[in-house]
Design a protein around this ligand. Structure first.
Ligand code: ADP
Length: 264
């Protein structure tokens, strides 16, 4: 508040411009708050796995006479270290999307390729649960944007579908175009998401079941990355779910027009 007043007083310009400046300043202050919250959240979330690694290292030292326990503690240490690695990667993904110009490398991105890569990167996890991922892609569908970010977003949705579903179920990935909007839908037959959690799952670090999520290695960042990527591309992500029966997450993005200006 005080900072804002100061700005207004020292600026020797007309009223309308002053108003704009004030609005700008408010957004700046809001963004600074968002960044501060993010840093606070990150430090808080990193403390848990880092603390666990430290405690496990001590436990291993104390149990050095007992190979069985050393092995068990080492295994748990590996799990925590992997989780730390995942969190670090996701934090970097997030800060990249929140950077000044996340679409610096914008290009026409073939959605069929995005789907292929996103599905491929989840192959091992799906096989481990005897699950099949069934993609139904359309050729010639393109979106203007960052292939890397779009792939990361879809990869996260498919990873969740595998993660939050029972063994031997199927995950569908479908693509369609409607009124100039590309819809990429990821459908699972998993645990589903209760009504009261449907908005919140897109918040950073939000997990429906933190205890379970700790075991499975979730970070609570995946869906906030998906949402940021969607919004950055002028689109959105929507969620349909029936608890106990499954969920469908749909990325909706503006299609790149078929007419290539350079060749027109
Ligand atoms: P996480 O790393 O915990 O998976 P996300 O941001 O990807 O973080 O998801 C947030 C929460 O939303 C998850 O912890 C989970 O509770 C819920 N969730 C996400 N995807 C699904 C899904 N396909 N089915 C059921 N629950 C889901």
């Amino acid at each position: 508040g005080t900072e804002l007043q100061l700005r207004v007083r020292i600026t020797p310009l007309g009223n309308r411009f002053l108003l704009l400046l004030a609005a700008d300043r408010t957004e700046e202050v809001r963004l600074a708050g968002v960044r501060r919250d993010f840093v606070a959240n990150v430090s808080h979330e990193l403390k848990t796995p880092i603390g666990a690694v430290a405690v496990l290292a001590e436990a291993i030292e104390a149990a050095s006479e007992d190979p069985e326990r050393v092995r068990a503690f080492s295994k748990r240490m590996q799990v925590e270290a992997e989780r730390l690695g995942r969190m670090t990667k996701e934090i970097i993904d997030l800060s990249r999307i929140q950077a000044d110009d996340p679409l610096e490398d914008a290009a026409r991105v073939p959605i069929a390729r995005v789907v292929d890569v996103a599905v491929d990167r989840n192959r091992v996890a799906a096989d481990a649960k005897r699950m099949r991922i069934i993609p139904r892609v359309l050729d010639d569908v393109e979106v203007l944007g960052s292939e890397e970010l779009l792939t990361t977003a879809l990869q996260n949705l498919v990873a969740n579908a595998v993660q939050y579903s029972p063994e031997a179920t199927h995950v569908g990935v479908g693509v369609r175009v409607q009124d100039g909007i590309v819809e990429i839908a990821v459908t699972d037959k998993g645990v589903g998401i209760a009504q009261e959690d449907r908005e919140r799952v897109f918040e950073r670090f939000y997990r429906v079941d933190p205890a379970r999520s700790r075991v499975t290695g979730g970070t609570g960042l995946g869906l906030s990355i998906v949402k940021h990527v969607a919004v950055t591309h002028g689109g959105e992500v929507t969620l349909w779910s029936r608890p106990g029966q499954g969920s469908t997450f749909t990325l909706r993005l503006p299609a790149a027009s078929h007419h290539r200006e350079e060749t027109a």
